[in-house]
Ligand binder design. Sequence first.
Ligand SMILES: N[C@@H](CCC(=O)N[C@@H](CS)C(=O)NCC(=O)O)C(=O)O
Length: 203
Amino acid sequence: MKLYYSDVLAPRKTCALIKHLKLPVEFAYLQLDKGEHKKPDYLALNPNGKVPTLVDGDTILWEADAILCYLAKHAGSDLWPAGDLQPEIVSWFSWNSQHFLQSGGALYFEFVIKERFKIGPPDAAAVEKAIKSFRSQAKVLNAHLKDRKWLVGEKLSVADFSVAVTLPYAAKAEMPIDDFPEVKRWHDQLSALDGWLDPFPQR
Ligand SMILES: N[C@@H](CCC(=O)N[C@@H](CS)C(=O)NCC(=O)O)C(=O)O
């Protein structure tokens, strides 16, 4: 198995899961600022020209959440559990990609990516809008996590790896996570896992 990745947000959750499960995955780092993800060889694997992409024999998979499910299943772990928990997990994937990741991702872009790729200071209006959305979504998440250790069922699952992906950047990206104690407690649990705060392989 080979994962094409870079040290940015979407691949981050796949790298964290690989480290957590200690999977023997080969890594191929792509330099986004050199456009390595837009070269024909890579576009043949992932026509979106985005990271991550997983290749396992004839299977080529893009979309980080799908890669999480594939890795969890092929590792024989219970992080992508069978049965009625699966639609619940998909519901969190969908909620995250349409809502929580939009606001957390906007803050990550304004405070982390702009500094890293030297593309200007944070835009105050964009930050204010994203913080407002973040608060209303974190309220939903906080209420759901009350009396629950993890997002779905009784155990850690790929839903946790997916939905929390922006939270390691909460302090730097000014996400008001401290106002949502259940979200903070849940993210602290993830931070105790091997690989969550330091997910990327040595290069
Ligand atoms: N929905 C995709 C998003 C992939 C994505 O947008 N990746 C970003 C990095 S976080 C990327 O490759 N950006 C480079 C570009 O768009 O040129 C997933 O979850 O895998």
